[in-house]
Design a binder for this molecule. Structure first.
Ligand code: NAP
Length: 257
């Protein structure tokens, strides 16, 4: 059993997930999940350990049911508890395409990672946390789903991504409503445009849009901006709030005249 509470972060080898893992490692033993970037995941774990924290690296494709189960089982075998789950792993559309040209294979690939995976991870972790709370092993649980401004902003060339993120908003509400009585709190964090590998190919376009006033806070979001909010939600400072959406988007969501 870990002597510290345990946070499981999916897709923690790079980008936003890496920053979340580092931020949470000040309080939690962190599970660094990844799908294919083994070296980067190991580097995140080393960084955590150099800062005095502890990390466990686990490879698992969260789009796959048996691998999700293996991920959760391994955490329980090795660390004995899960206090926090951050559903961060996500992919963009394989290729931007007009709505008329979207094919089913690409649609399914995006929905499997960005929507099926967090739903079933909430289900798995929700059951585990409920049991651990009933046994007195942990006092409360927190689940944070990383969605996107694409949950409400329509990009007609990234349909599957938008639909998955909109669905993830409902997943958050459903599990927040279901798990409140178990003392598990569920939140949605909605990042705006964040500088990571995912946005590398559109960097120049967004540099320009920021200059033109796309966001009231006229700069790129950084992975650490998102990580700080996730760390805040994992504290016990919001005991009468669940199902909340926190925008981390430089004010992008504000309608302006
Ligand atoms: P990123 O730099 O591309 O990193 C994605 C991470 O997810 C990697 O660690 C990757 O692991 C992991 N991953 C992908 N598919 C996986 C799978 N099937 N199983 C396990 N891990 C998987 O992306 P990011 O920008 O940090 O995005 C993180 C989350 O924030 C995503 O949900 C994304 O939709 C959301 N978001 C991003 C932005 C943005 O502007 N960047 C804005 C809003 C929301 P491997 O390296 O091992 O493949």
């Amino acid at each position: 059993m870990a002597d510290k509470p345990v946070a499981l972060v999916t897709g923690a080898s790079r980008g936003i997930g890496r920053a979340i893992a580092l931020a949470l490692s000040r309080t939690y033993a962190v599970v660094v999940n990844y799908r294919s970037s083994k070296k980067q995941a190991q580097a995140v774990a080393r960084e955590i350990e150099q800062q005095g924290g502890s990390a466990l690296v686990i490879q698992a494709d969260v789009a796959d049911g048996p691998q999700r189960q293996h991920l959760v089982d391994t955490v329980l075998q090795q660390l004995g508890r899960i206090d926090v789950l951050v559903n961060n792993a996500g992919i963009s559309v394989p290729k931007r395409a007009d709505l008329f040209d979207v094919d089913e294979e690409a649609w399914e690939a995006v929905l499997r990672v960005n929507l099926y995976a967090p739903f079933f991870m909430c289900q798995l972790a929700g059951k585990v946390m409920t049991e651990l709370i009933a046994r007195g092993t942990i006092q409360r649980g927190v689940i944070v789903n990383i969605s996107s401004i694409s949950a409400y902003a329509a990009s007609t060339d990234r349909a599957a991504y938008c639909v998955a993120k909109a669905g993830l908003s409902m997943v958050t509400k459903l599990f927040a409503a279901r798990l409140a009585r178990e003392r598990v709190f569920v939140y949605e964090v909605r990042p705006g445009i964040i500088r990571t590998d995912m946005t590398r190919s559109v960097q120049e376009r967004y540099d320009h849009l920021f200059q033109e006033g796309l966001c009231p806070i006229a700069r790129w979001g950084m992975p650490e901006d998102v990580a700080r909010v996730v760390a805040l939600l994992c504290t016990n400072e919001l005991p009468y709030s669940t199902g909340e959406v926190i925008n981390v988007d430089g004010g992008f969501h504000i309608r302006r005249l």
